[in-house]
Design a protein around this ligand. Structure first.
Ligand SMILES: [Mn+2]
Length: 355
């Protein structure tokens, strides 16, 4: 991207820049446009306070853009669009949640905070983006190191990359559970290495990522023979959506490692487009909600879900009743239920002590 184009890109993303951010600084920053996720308190404080959270919700609306594509893209609207459906995702902590088998007030830890939207404060490409990436990863790393469970709303799938980088803060191996129609193993696209086609390739380069399970695969984007063979050579456990439908999700759960930390990354197009229609690359034959919910619960039984993201929701394409945004929120609640729900806590590995 040349200088003039870069300047135009800066101007286009200007409305999304953090109003309170000082030049050159990055996350955490902007307040949500409407409400905290699930009505949680919005904490835009410095990372040293944020790391006291038991559960932290973070919006990451932007990643490294591809040349010639809309910037910001539609997925950048998703964190606030999903927050805005909080009243549809639950009816408050005192209501019975049938997926949880309890009320949330009985289960959630005391400090569930929404940390707002983390945004690059300067330009999106080149050194400014690299700085955002490093600073966001560092802030994430502090949360993980403190034992905070991190829930992320993208953004496109490039939003997962700083979170995956931040998993280094755990100082323990992490297994990545990836639900997606697409492989996302591109090394680069037009010179861009941190865009939405590359999150799992970047993960494969991180020494703290001990393994990955990729399921729901059926879309041909981001996977040519070279990418497929690279994933196989690395040892990624890849299952197409058809394979999951044929053998059942329990077989996937049984193949997960035990007593490990899991990070779950869910591309909305991994689910069937009848369930999550508001995506940029819909692919028929996707996973069902109950399959994904079972997988999340299974991960919570076999190990500890240290974090999860839901990415690639494109709110402009949602149904009038915001079904995709509501489903995205319900997916995050499955991770909370699998971590804090009845019967889980006794088996959950010890959390890191808080300061
Ligand atoms: Mn993806």
């Amino acid at each position: 991207m040349d200088e003039a184009t870069s300047q135009q890109a800066v101007q286009r993303v200007a409305p999304l820049l953090a109003p309170s951010a000082t030049p050159g600084s990055a996350a955490p920053c902007a307040a949500p446009a409407n409400t905290g996720f699930m009505g949680w308190p919005v904490e835009l404080a410095a990372p040293d306070r944020a790391r006291a959270a038991d559960v932290a919700l973070v919006g990451i609306p932007l990643s490294e853009p591809y040349s010639g594509q809309a910037d910001p893209n539609d997925q950048a609207k998703a964190p606030d669009a999903i927050r805005a459906q909080s009243h549809q995702i639950w009816d408050g902590p005192e209501h019975w949640d049938f997926d949880l088998g309890a009320t949330w007030s009985e289960c959630l830890p005391p400090r569930c905070w929404d940390l707002g939207n983390w945004l690059p404060a300067t330009q999106r490409s080149g050194p400014g983006f690299s700085r955002f990436l490093q600073e966001a990863a560092s802030a994430m790393g502090e949360l993980f190191a403190a034992g905070t469970q991190v829930l992320v709303l993208g953004g496109d799938h490039g939003a997962s990359i700083p979170v995956l980088m931040g998993l280094q803060g755990l100082a323990r191996p992490v297994h990545v559970l990836h639900i997606d129609a697409h492989l996302d193993w591109r090394d680069e696209v037009g010179g861009v290495r941190h865009g939405y086609s590359s999150p799992l390739r970047r993960a494969s380069e991180m020494p703290w990522i001990s393994g990955m399970t990729q399921i729901g695969l059926r879309g041909t984007g981001s996977a040519r023979r070279a990418e497929w063979e690279a994933a196989q050579a690395w040892g990624s456990h890849c299952l197409s959506a058809r394979q999951v439908h044929a053998s059942g999700m329990q077989a996937v759960i049984d193949a997960l490692p035990e007593a490990t930390d899991f990070y779950i990354t869910i591309d909305a197009d991994g689910l069937d487009p009848s369930l999550m229609p508001a995506v940029m690359a819909p692919a028929p034959g996707g996973l069902r909600f109950e399959q994904v919910a079972a997988l999340i619960a299974g991960a919570g039984q076999r190990g500890r879900i240290v974090g999860m993201d839901v990415v690639e929701v494109a709110p402009t394409y949602d149904l009038a009743n915001q079904q995709t945004c509501i489903t995205a929120g319900r997916l995050l609640l499955q991770a909370l239920a699998a971590t804090w729900g009845p019967g889980v806590q006794q088996q959950r590995p010890q959390r890191s002590p808080k300061d």
